[in-house]
Ligand binder design. Structure first.
Ligand code: SF4
Length: 343
């Protein structure tokens, strides 16, 4: 049985009818959860007291902000959210000229094993429920203001938790609720082909980003074990289907690692892979973790790589580093905080 705040308006209506209540109450409850971003049904004063009491006995999913780290250099904030079972997940809120953009986690931990990523160090702990994703947006929104766009690029692989992710996206898009456009949602994947094909069949025009990191199959396999299972040619075939069905350009995330993927042959191969496709190549200087032992290129080498890509006709940007003084890449805050709590 879904928690009350994970039900669609139609499902809530059925729940209310099963309780012998008037179905219009479902709209008031949906507004309370998804427009006001509140959870404690006892505070929903548009409902009669006895109904609030009855509803408070039903399942409700909760998530709280455990800690906010604020950058001193820019308006970036990094969150640690605490789930009801005590687990912690991370999120980042960035401010752009068009509004707030938030990075969302979809799992506690991750089982994809990307070598450069701290989130996968302890493996997958569990999937997040739809509300545990929604609650990240609502909590940040209640504190800082309306969130313009989200990117599913925190801990977890969204396509490894696809059913819950789709329900989350639907609820966030609901006209009666937060009403975020699918076009303002970006799902980032390490390349799970069946999930990409599933998404390509749906009618949600969300943006899709592939964590590419190397245009060479063998280099990619060393960085991302999942690449052994889904070869680059299969991944691109699935992405082409996505673009064809939904008319959306795919973005390619490219973590720049010195000496690993910033060589001349990388530029040539990137041109071969992306040049004839609708694409946007997003260069992300590596945020080093001790377990990986590699470094980001120096600033001038990063600029030089971008220039070489541009000269090849690629559509490329360097991701602006935000919150650089909050020293933590994805997964590191959670690790650090959990270690401190154990002391
Ligand atoms: S980069 Fe993403 S998919 Fe890869 S291990 Fe980290 S969280 Fe998982």
């Amino acid at each position: 049985m879904l928690a009350l705040n994970e039900q669609s308006l139609k499902e809530l209506k059925n729940t209310l009818e099963d309780m012998g209540q008037a179905s219009y109450r479902s709209k008031q409850i949906f507004d309370f959860f998804h427009k006001e971003g509140k959870t404690n049904i006892k505070d929903c004063t548009t409902l009669p007291k006895d109904l609030r009491e009855d509803l408070s006995k039903k399942d409700l999913c909760k998530i709280d902000i455990a800690h906010v780290f604020e950058s001193k250099k820019d308006p970036t904030k990094k969150f640690l959210f605490r789930l009801e079972d005590g687990h912690l997940i991370e999120g980042v809120l960035m401010q752009n000229n068009y509004g707030f953009s938030q990075c969302i986690s979809t799992q506690v931990g991750c089982r994809m094993g990307c070598r450069f990523c701290a989130s996968t160090q302890g493996g997958l702990v569990r999937n997040l429920s739809p509300y545990e994703m929604l609650g990240q947006v609502y909590q940040a929104s209640n504190r800082y203001g309306k969130i313009h766009s989200i990117i599913l690029m925190g801990s977890g692989e969204p396509l490894d938790n696809l059913d819950n992710v789709l329900r989350f996206l639907n609820l966030l898009n609901a006209e009666r609720g937060y009403h975020m456009s699918y076009r303002n949602m970006t799902l980032s994947t390490c390349g799970l082909v069946p999930g990409i094909l599933d998404l390509a069949k749906q009618n949600r025009k969300v943006n899709l980003a592939l964590s590419l990191h190397s245009p060479f199959q063998e280099v990619r396999e060393k960085m991302m074990p999942i690449a052994k299972r889904y070869k680059l040619n299969e991944v691109f075939k699935a992405l082409d289907e996505y673009t064809e069905n939904l008319g959306r350009r795919v973005s390619y995330e490219y973590t720049l690692i010195d000496g690993v993927n910033n060589r001349d042959q990388d530029v040539v191969k990137l041109k071969e892979l992306l040049g004839h496709r609708l694409h946007h190549l997003n260069l992300i200087p590596l945020n080093p973790i001790k377990e990986y032992g590699k470094n980001r290129p120096q600033r001038d080498k990063i600029q030089d790589f971008k220039k070489r890509c541009e000269d090849m006709g690629l559509n490329v940007t360097i991701r602006r580093e935000q919150g650089g003084d909050i020293k933590a890449s994805c997964g590191q805050l959670r690790q650090k905080f959990e270690e401190e709590e154990r002391v």
